[in-house]
Design a protein around this ligand. Structure first.
Ligand SMILES: Cc1cc2nc3c(=O)[nH]c(=O)nc-3n(C[C@H](O)[C@H](O)[C@H](O)COP(=O)(O)O)c2cc1C
Length: 116
C-alpha cells in the first residue's frame, strides 16, 4: 500500500505523509494498490493531473481523500463526488486543508481495515 498525492501547495502532501505509509506524487510510476489524496480546482473540478492519473491507474486506487476549503461552500470537496461518479472509487474522507488528527486517525483505520 502506498499513498499517492496530487498536491499543489503542499497541504495534501502533508496529510498523505502523516498517514505513516510510503507516499509519492501522482506523476510517478505506480505498480501497487494505493490511496489517493487529491484536491479541487475551479469550483469542485478534478485537477487534470488527477484525471490523467486515474485514467491510467484507477484499478489500483482503493479510495480517495479530497482536501478542500470550506469557503467554497456547496463546492466544498466536490471533486470527491465527481471522482466517485466517474471512476467508482469510494470517497474515504473530505478534509479541510491538511486535515486534523481525527482525519488522520479515520483514514488510518480505513487502511487498516483493508488489511494494510
Ligand atoms: C482555483 C481553485 C479552485 C478551488 N476550488 C475549490 C472548490 O471548489 N472546493 C474546495 O473545497 N476547494 C477548492 N479549492 C481549494 C483547494 O482544494 C485547496 O487549495 C487544496 O486543498 C490545496 O491542496 P494542496 O495544498 O495539496 O495543493 C480551490 C483552489 C483553487 C486554487
Amino acid at each position: 500500500m502506498i499513498v499517492v498525492y496530487d498536491s499543489l501547495t503542499g497541504l495534501g502532501k502533508e496529510f498523505a505523509e502523516a498517514l505513516g505509509y510510503p507516499a509519492q506524487s501522482v506523476d510517478m510510476d505506480l505498480n501497487e494498490a494505493c490511496l489517493l489524496v487529491t484536491r479541487n480546482v475551479g469550483l469542485g473540478k478534478i485537477p487534470d493531473t488527477t484525471s490523467l492519473f486515474l485514467d491510467r491507474h484507477k484499478e489500483l486506487v482503493t479510495g480517495v481523500v479530497v482536501n478542500g476549503n470550506k469557503k467554497f461552500g456547496p463546492f466544498y470537496c466536490k471533486a470527491a463526488d465527481k471522482i466517485n461518479k466517474l471512476y467508482h472509487i469510494p470517497v474515504i474522507r473530505k478534509i479541510s486543508g491538511s486535515g486534523d488528527q481525527e482525519d488522520v486517525e479515520f483514514v488510518k483505520q480505513f487502511l487498516k481495515g483493508q488489511g494494510n
